[in-house]
Write a protein that binds this ligand. Structure first.
Ligand code: ADP
Ligand code: MG
Length: 258
């Protein structure tokens, strides 16, 4: 790991942690993102909605360095140009991403999954040859509580419910202490009770972390939403409170037209 990323020194002096400005991404001439401009404040919980193909996942791919924009700028704080960093470096400066499918280590316990997530981050050498410090144990306990699995540290991950696996994966991201968490469709396939707990979990993470949630389920978005951004055809169609965007005539047209 590069030394300069050991302690994230992300400059949020202007009260913005993520700057996306004029981002365009083309696939064979088709613009998946079209001059997308979006700002996220430190500690904010931002919901991103929009019909299929609006560019939501592509936006996350740009932030995490998986896809490079054809034009536009992407900055983390004022000082990290994301388009010039590798995916690994972007993870190391404090951006964590949760994909839709949980990718926990099925045959390991909940506790071991959290332990592995922490150590993987520190490198394989550490994971093979170091023991947990008291501080690390404390952090694992904290995260177990945050994700509501404090009574199940020794359960085998593969036997957890779908919702519990999703929470465990969020916990694994938390072991790396991300400043910004990107979460793509967290409640797909969840029971109503699991959705409710996920809403509480994501809400509790905001403040300490900036959280960007992409989700189709409107009921869920309504339950957590503060600031909502509607994407359509690769650009921002509307932004505001849930009520504001739901009453926006262009937004209604896009959703009804589907
Ligand atoms: N790797 C790719 N190659 C070609 N087209 C792509 C690729 N990734 C995404 N697209 C297209 O870009 C558009 C936006 O996709 P995506 O970002 O996945 O939308 P969303 O997540 O909002 O549903 C879609 O039309 C999709 O087919
Ligand atoms: Mg998507």
């Amino acid at each position: 790991m590069k030394e300069e990323f050991e302690n994230y020194k992300v400059d949020v002096g202007h009260d913005v942690i993520l700057y996306l400005e004029g981002i365009t991404v083309s696939f064979d001439g088709f613009k998946a993102l079209n001059a997308l401009t979006l700002y996220v404040r430190p500690g904010e919980l931002r919901c991103i909605i929009g019909p299929n193909g609006a560019g939501k996942t592509t936006m996350m791919d740009v932030i995490t360095g998986k896809t490079r924009p054809d034009s536009g700028t992407a900055f983390f704080g004022q000082n990290y140009d994301l388009t010039g960093l590798s995916e690994t470096e972007i993870a190391q400066i404090g951006i964590g991403r949760k994909f839709q499918k949980p990718t926990v280590f099925q045959e390991h316990t909940v506790f071991e999954n959290l332990e592995l997530a922490m150590k993987t981050y520190k490198g394989v050498w550490h994971s093979l040859f170091t023991r947990l410090t008291e501080e690390q144990r404390t952090r694992i306990d904290e995260v177990l509580h945050i994700i509501g699995l404090e009574t199940r540290p020794y359960d085998i991950a593969g036997l957890l419910s779908h919702g519990q696996k999703q929470w465990l994966e969020i916990g694994m991201l938390l072991m790396q202490d991300p400043l910004l968490l990107l979460v793509d469709e967290p409640v797909a396939g969840m029971t109503p009770q699991e959705m409710e707990r996920t809403a509480d979990l994501l809400t509790s993470l905001a403040g300490k972390h900036s959280v960007v949630v992409v989700e189709h389920d409107m009921e869920f978005i309504r339950s957590i939403a503060k600031q909502v951004t509607v994407l359509h055809e690769g650009s921002v169609l509307a932004e505001g409170s849930m009520d504001e965007v739901q009453n926006n005539s262009e937004v209604m047209e896009v959703y009804l037209g589907h």
